[in-house]
Design a protein around this ligand. Sequence first.
Ligand code: HEM
Length: 286
Amino acid sequence: MSQKGDFGAVRKDIAKLLHQPEYDDGSAGPVLVRLAWHSCGTYDSETDTGGSNGAGMRYEQEGGDPANAGLQHARVFLEPVKEKHAWITYSDLWTLAGVVAIKEMGGPDIPWQGGRTDYVGETKLPPRGRLPDAAQGSDHLRFIFNRMGFSDQEIVALSGAHSLGRCHADRSGFDGPWVNNPTRFSNQYYILLLSLQWRKKKLPSGIEQFTNYDEDSETALMMLPTDMALRNDRAFLPFVELYARNKERFFADFSKVFEKLSELGIVRDADGNITNVDVEFGGYIS
Ligand code: HEM
């Protein structure tokens, strides 16, 4: 048990659990990043609902959303950290874990502040269906991410997180990693999106993704239809090209946009205290 508010101690314990030789590509990092993103990506600016506060995935309505399939692995990895530092809220722990994992996998420093509270009860959970559907195209990406307040450039920058991890047939239905070294944060995603030949491939399940697979190759990399949309959309493409050739610019922009993601739905005063959550009962003040 650490002292309340000692986020440095929590960071250290998150960093220690990343190495998981038996799991996926040997790291819990990618799935922790996805947990952080899905815990924030429900935000709707119009109704000011969803977002990084609350940790609603602890409840079946949000946790059991097919869009969140597989994220129980991330939550299980973090449980010993929560037990050891019982004072931290899940919503702080999940967003912080994403930030720590990105840094440990070679990514940028991302500013992060605590203070989120967890919902008590299910009444304020966001409805299902707010996260992106990978089978769709650029209109859908804009519809989903504009709702959260993100621009075209921010959509492209956020998507660079697909230099991490992989798709799992038993989770999303898609299958495979985007890059050859999926536990290293990099701009490889953009480079490969532009430089490889991508062909549509129908999986046995009937789901369509894009692959560079050829019979002689050991490595089969993949792209989702939404990833291909970034390359094929005239307004997205210049940002894909920018981040492919300028890694420093990608790291700087990614840091800013991931911080913005992790702050969705919360309002802070000048001292950093969150003013729109109910610290007594958890969740937002409505
Ligand atoms: C994995 C879709 C944006 C981070 C995945 C998977 C899908 C997906 C289908 C595979 C899940 C599985 O089978 O385990 C999308 C779509 C997006 C999007 C349609 C819209 C642009 C993002 C963003 C981030 C992110 C904004 C973070 C900033 C990740 C990571 C993984 C992943 C790290 C790998 C997880 C693992 O290895 O377990 N995404 N994603 N994605 N996504 Fe995204």
